[in-house]
Every structure is written in C-alpha cells, then in structure tokens.
Design a protein around this ligand. Sequence first.
Ligand SMILES: C[S@@+](CC[C@H](N)C(=O)[O-])C[C@H]1O[C@@H](n2cnc3c(N)ncnc32)[C@H](O)[C@@H]1O
Length: 203
Amino acid sequence: MVKKGLDKKRYDRVAKFYDIFESPMELLAFSSWRRELTKNVEGNLVLEVGIGTGKNIPYYKNWEVVGVDISRRMLERAVKRVKENKKVVHLIQADAESLPFKDGVFDAIISTYVFCSVENPINGLRELHRVLKKGGKAYFLEHMRSESEFVGKILDILNPLFRKLGPEINRRTAENIKKAGFKIVEERHLMTSIFRMIVAEKS
Ligand SMILES: C[S@@+](CC[C@H](N)C(=O)[O-])C[C@H]1O[C@@H](n2cnc3c(N)ncnc32)[C@H](O)[C@@H]1O
C-alpha cells in the first residue's frame, strides 16, 4: 500500500527535472561512488529501495532486481533506463516503510540518497532489515549530518529550506541504520562526513 505522503508528491513534482538537477554532482562524484558501491554487491535477488529514475541501473551486474519507489513519476523515468541497459528489473510502486515482501527474501539491498527523504527513516530501515536474508548486506550511499559540530549546525539551519524541495540534510542516518538492527561493517566518509558509503549486515 502506498502512503499518499509528502515525499510522493515532492518527487512526483521533481521527477521531470531530477536528472538535470543532479547532473553536476553526478559528473563530479556520484557516478563514481555508485560504481564503487555496487561493485561488491553479491546475490541473485537484489532489492533497490528508492530507485528513483534508475541511476544505479547501469552499474547492476547479473542480478535480478526489484526496484521500489514511492513516486510513480520517478518510476516512469526508471522504465527507460531498464530498457536502455537491458537488465532484469521489476519496478514496483511501494513505500519503504511497508514493503510488500516476505521476511528474508533478498540476498542484498541497495539504497542511494533515500533515507534523507523517507518520512520515518528508522521504520523504513527496519523494513529493509526484515526483508534481507540473514547474513545479507545492505549497501547505502547517503548524505547526513556531518560529524563536525560546526558543519552540523549549518546543516541544521539550512534543513527547513531543503526539506521544502525534498531531502533532509541533517539526519543521523549511520545511527539510524544501527538502531534498525544492522551491524555496520564498512563506513567510508566522502567529502568530509556529509556523504557516506555504508555497508551494513543483518547478523
Ligand atoms: C533523492 S532521490 C534518490 C533516487 C535514486 N536512489 C538515486 O540515487 O538517484 C530519493 C528517492 O527516494 C524515494 N522515496 C522517498 N521516500 C520514499 C519511501 N518512503 N519509500 C520509497 N521511496 C521513497 C523518492 O521518491 C525518490 O525517488
């Protein structure tokens, strides 16, 4: 069941422009981070949560992927990327906070720049933990509150402005991942600690 929340409306609205807005950061860093994040993902059945316009699809390997997103308009854009890249991807409109899957069905999970938007991030992360196999890994690329108190305070001040457009920029996502039951096995700080690549395990 899809929640008719703010995030859905926000991303439906920006879907048309999302790839253009993001292109400078994509060129500068995101595309190489996406490649890096996905290179060690293993398994037959992989879940991508908040797949958006499908920017990770070119980096998928020989996996069967289920890609979910709350925004239908973002998913419509992802359809094109699936076709262009000839990958096996099942796109489903669903809320990360109530995933329509049984417990422990996915070998691995990918999520990039999503938990800054999900309304109740710990609920969403608990859902990821639930649908992941025991011993499976979740791969995150997220921006979050900096570990520097000075930068963190600036992000707190700017956050209401960013939230109007989409994401929150001062979430404590690494802590939220742990609160949801995962064990962080790798954490890389990118551009200080605002961006982080995190690999977390369901033990
Ligand atoms: C900043 S975009 C990132 C898209 C894509 N992962 C990427 O790396 O380009 C955030 C995405 O998360 C989706 N999203 C936000 N809240 C969600 C939720 N509760 N459940 C599923 N998707 C959600 C949005 O619709 C949007 O497509």
